[in-house]
Structure formats: C-alpha cells, structure tokens
Ligand binder design. Structure first.
Ligand code: TXA
Ligand code: MG
Length: 329
C-alpha cells in the first residue's frame, strides 16, 4: 500500500521495521527497500523479496555521519568525504567493524555506508534509531524506482508498506567509493570509484587532493551486483550514436516497430515517443528511470538511447544506459 509521508505513516514504518518487516522508503537517489541492518532474518527476507543473490552486499543507511564509527573503521579520507558530501548521494566502502553482520556485507570484510539527504528517509532512520539496509526497491536486474508508483508496480505484491516522498531529486543511485589502505606504513590509500552517481569523481578528487581511480566495466567483482546487464526495462534497448539515430529510427519504424528515443538534447529523428532532457545532465539523470518505466508502459518495441558525452553526471547516465542495453542473461 502507498501512503503519503506523514508523522503517522513514518511511525508505522518504524514499527514495521522494528518487528523485522520491510518498508519501501524515498531517498534523494532512488526508492530503497529498507530492513533493520542488525536483523539477519529481516535482511534475508529483503534478499528474497528482491530475488537478489545473497552475495550481493547491501548499503547501510544512517541518519548522521557520527554513527559511522559504529559500523566501520574510519580513516581520515573517509571523514573528509563524509564531511563534504553527507547527507547526500555518496556511499563509502570501508573496513567493517567485527559486529557488523555478514548477511549485510555478503560475507565481505568491508561495509558500504551512506547518509541519505531525503528528509523522509532521515526521519525514518532517526526515529528507528539504528542502521537500515536499503537496496533499490526493484526486483533483481530491473529498473530502479524513482516514484512510489514505480515501487508498487514492481514490488507491490511483496512489500506491504510504501512511503511516498515524491519523485527522487537525483534519480540515479549513489556514487560508490572504496577506500583501501596499503599494508605498508605510510603508503597512500587507494580511492576507487566503484559506481558513478550523483557525486562525480572530480569532486571527490578535489576534496581529497588525490586522484580517484575508476573501476573498469570488466571488474564486476569489486561491487558485486554491478552486473553487465542491470537496470533493464522489458522494452528492447539499443545504444545509438547521435549521427545514426535518425536513419536507425526511420528503418525500425518502416518495419512496423514503435520506437522511443532517449537523448540529452532534442533530436531531429522520427520517433513515436521522444524522451529528452533539454540539454540538462541533471534533468537527464533525474528522468532516466522514469523514461525506462514509461517505455514499458507505452508498450514501445525499441528504445534507441543516445549516450550523452563523457563528463561529470553524464558518466552515471552512460553507465546505466550501457547496462540497461546489455544482453540479458
Ligand atoms: O542510492 C543508492 O545507493 C540506493 C538508495 C536506495 O540508497 N541504494 C542502492 O542499493 O543502490 P543497491 O543494493 O541497489 O546497490 C548497492 C551496491 C551494489 O552494487 C553492491 O555490490 C555495492 O553497493 N556494495 C555494497 N556493499 C559493498 C561492499 N562491501 N563492497 C563493494 N560493493 C558493495
Ligand atoms: Mg539496485
């Protein structure tokens, strides 16, 4: 059931979470499916509701950065990033504290942590009084939800309570950064971007005063769950360079297909539906998943996606488009 975020519905959400239940909650990135991150049975139910493999670890969501030390061993670099970007769309992967459950971490020695900025998420976590595990509130492999209605369409039969906090303002998942320290004393820590998102690698490098390496697409093991095929709509998707969009759309339509085009700027090409962001990268990130859901709802046959140029926030959109268009397993 979808209920608007009010003091009463937030209190019900907290009651459900304390009893080991699942609640879908808004965050500024995408909607999350929340469970008590200290309750193994609750998290196992969460994996089951999503149909997610047990070795794909979850992110624990905290209400304040001061809580971080209870979950992870915190280095100076992590503190700098937390100060600069929390609350906000940044997830830190750090060495976990001994008490942190291996159900949460998928058996790893590291834990992923973030403090979301959405006021409803923060109220729920603060009133709950602990950490909430919250993967995106979609079935495994599918498109992440940016509205309460998207959650209901994908998971409504498995999640009794969906708290509606409006449309997500960022629209793509948080940036994930892993910080590792060399075994030798005095060596420089390595900072690696595992998933591009709302906070760009350049901004992270500027705060730390050191370069950030970017995990290659061929390194799925560093962030298990970042699979080649992910965020997939039911509609067939094709990546298409700008110059090819018009002829490709025309030939698909000539064969009788209903065609949608996704692009940053408006494009002069024949399409049944044109999704574009008026040239604004933030708007494109915010709208991308809504467009993918819309393509399914409109029963399009093909979506041609023109990747935006490599830069800043576009990197998150390029990453999601590549995975959405990848061959499905
Ligand atoms: O914006 C977000 O991060 C959203 C909202 C709901 O907060 N959550 C989200 O969760 O995207 P999820 O479960 O869909 O993605 C979590 C990603 C996975 O790719 C997982 O492999 C990675 O985080 N991850 C979690 N713990 C990790 C760890 N210890 N080491 C490396 N990657 C980890
Ligand atoms: Mg996800």
């Amino acid at each position: 059931m979808i209920v608007p975020a009010t003091a009463a519905s937030i209190a019900s959400a907290v009651t459900v979470l304390r009893a080991g239940g699942l609640v879908a909650i808004p965050t500024e990135t995408v909607y999350g499916l929340a469970a008590d991150a200290s309750n193994d049975e609750a998290m196992k139910a969460l994996f089951q509701a999503k149909g997610r493999p047990a070795n794909h670890p979850l992110i624990v969501h905290l209400s304040e950065a001061v809580e971080l030390d209870r979950w992870a061993h915190v280095c100076d670099e992590a503190r700098l990033l937390a100060e600069a970007f929390w609350p906000g769309p940044l997830t830190l992967v750090l060495t976990k504290r001994a008490a942190v459950s291996s159900v949460l971490t998928g058996g790893r020695e590291t834990v992923a942590v973030r403090v979301p900025a959405h006021p409803v998420a923060r109220d729920i976590i603060a009133e709950f009084g602990g950490g909430l595990a919250a993967p995106s509130a979609n079935r495994f492999g599918r498109v992440s939800p940016t509205t309460a209605a998207d959650v209901a369409a994908d998971l409504g039969d498995r999640v009794p309570l969906i708290i509606d906090g409006g449309s997500c303002s960022v629209g793509v998942e948080s940036t994930i950064v892993e910080i590792t320290h060399p075994a030798v004393e005095g060596g420089q820590p390595q900072v690696m971007l595992l998933r591009p998102g709302g906070i760009t690698a350049d901004k992270i490098a500027a705060v730390l005063g050191q370069p950030v390496s970017v995990a290659g697409a061929d390194e799925p093991s560093r962030a298990p769950g970042m699979l080649a095929s992910h965020y997939s709509p039911a509609t067939h998707m094709e990546l298409c360079p700008l110059a090819d969009a018009a002829p490709r759309a025309a030939s698909l339509r000539a064969s009788g297909a209903r065609v949608g085009i996704i692009s940053l700027h408006p494009i002069d090409a024949p399409a049944d539906v044109a999704f574009h962001a008026g040239g604004d990268p933030a708007e494109m990130a915010r709208s991308l998943y809504r467009w993918l859901h819309q393509a399914d709802a409109d029963a399009l046959d093909v979506v041609l996606a023109v990747p935006p140029p490599e830069d800043g926030l576009n990197d998150a959109v390029r990453d999601r488009l590549r995975r959405a268009a990848a061959p499905r397993p």
